[in-house]
Design a protein around this ligand. Sequence first.
Ligand SMILES: *Cc1c(COP(=O)(O)O)cnc(C)c1O
Length: 426
Amino acid sequence: MSNYQIETKCVQSGWHPKKGEPRILPIYQSTTFKYDTSDQMGRLFDLEDNGYFYTRLQNPTNDTVAQKICDMEGGVAAMLTSSGQAANYYAVFNICEAGDHMICSSAVYGGTFNLFQATVKKQGISCTFVDPDASLEELAAAFQPNTKLLFAETLANPALVVLDIEKFAEAAHSHGVPLIVDNTFPTPVNCRPIAWGADIVTHSTTKYMDGHAMCVGGCIVDSGNFDWDQHKDKFPGLTSPDPTYHGIIYTEKFGKGAYITKATAQVMRDLGSIQSPQNAFLLNVGLETLHLRMARHCENAQKVAEYLDAHEKVAWVNYAGLAHNKYHALAEKYMPHGTCGVISFGLKGGRDVSVGFMDKLNLIAIVTHVADARTCVLHPASHTHRQMTDEQLKEAGVAPDLIRLSIGIEHADDIIADLEQAMEAV
Ligand SMILES: *Cc1c(COP(=O)(O)O)cnc(C)c1O
């Protein structure tokens, strides 16, 4: 499907039924798979044959949906995970172990910040956070001999910083490590980071990909472009024998599939954060309309951002679609069809006024979510980023008065009318 446009991939990639097979991707609601001889099964456990045997490792419904996302991103291999958190953790843990170091943009999702700042640290992996707008020289200064990867979000949640992907890729590659990007907010409909040099792409499929706020899920896509063997000493997990598989070497045996095969056969086998096939099925239904929804999210968000920008009670608006936005030029380069439906803004009067305003909304609900069909709001400083100090909030690009508004696919006039009545009430 690689020559098709993204719209066609959203609808058609992944499931290709043969004669007499169901038109719609079946849900393989089965923990296990049958074989005729003991030897057939044994070969699967040795990774000598490719086949299904237990859903914790692989399931046909999940793999088909992963294949669709892989096609959409322009990668070579992909896997689904139970959540975006699991995707980001696996993406890192697949190539890092105790004693290693990683670098991460400071403008990332609160859960990702916790994961890298606190949880992986307990496992002996240290993380240096860098300004997403850092120069190449500043980025270079963060690298250590044991650095294994550079991580960032293409469009940061909730700071809405647009990543200069080419610059980050250059910094990573000149230090012999891959660039891993979380592409949750723009989705491959609006941004395809692999084309700009990213090596591995992760997703919280919970957001726009599902789009209906039905299923928590994640995905990891490998571009196949990073040459692990060229940096053999840095990535022994991929380039030296795995004793848990009779000494196979992933890069030797699986070539461009090495990274995802290891993440599946080793990390998923041992940690087990699988997506349920039922959820993968629903995710696939979401993906079929992703291109239509993203366009409407962006169109509505542009109108709302312009409305807010012109409003006398609004102190500031952050949306890369606005010409005066700091990231407008980068967005035009990397996301020419729009960024996403998420806007952040603050009201004059600060934190308390912002919180009071949210309580007055009717159509727009307060939920811990973004990026689904229904317009919703959240106050990160009180909710998702509650655990951060004011200093950490600042580094993450989250002002105390910041309201995160996730614009849905309703009619823009109705969204604006709800905002207007709440504005009048504060
Ligand atoms: C939500 C989110 C995550 C975490 O994903 P879950 O599916 O909630 O585990 C990671 N990265 C970004 C950018 C997100 O928005």
